[in-house]
Design a protein. Structure first.
Length: 73
């Protein structure tokens, strides 16, 4: 799926850029993550708060991947 069609509902240039970087790094945002950010925008969350949530999601995703690689859980 093309980047533009996946991220049409996201108006924040910062988040669109971050999602594009995730695509490039072969860890694309899931559909659930995209819908989360669309909901945050509809509710009027400030970009700073959206960025904090995004960082938490990305960090937790990395931690889960590291645990899986280590065979912990």
């Amino acid at each position: 799926m093309a980047l533009s069609s996946r991220y049409d509902g996201i108006s924040s240039k910062r988040l669109r850029h971050a999602f594009a970087l995730q695509e490039i790094e072969s860890s694309p945002a899931s559909d659930e993550e995209i819908s989360l950010y669309k909901r945050m925008q509809r509710k009027g969350w400030p970009e700073k708060t959206q960025a904090k949530v995004m960082r938490r999601v990305v960090i937790s995703k990395a931690v889960r991947a590291a645990r899986r690689a280590a065979g912990v859980g």
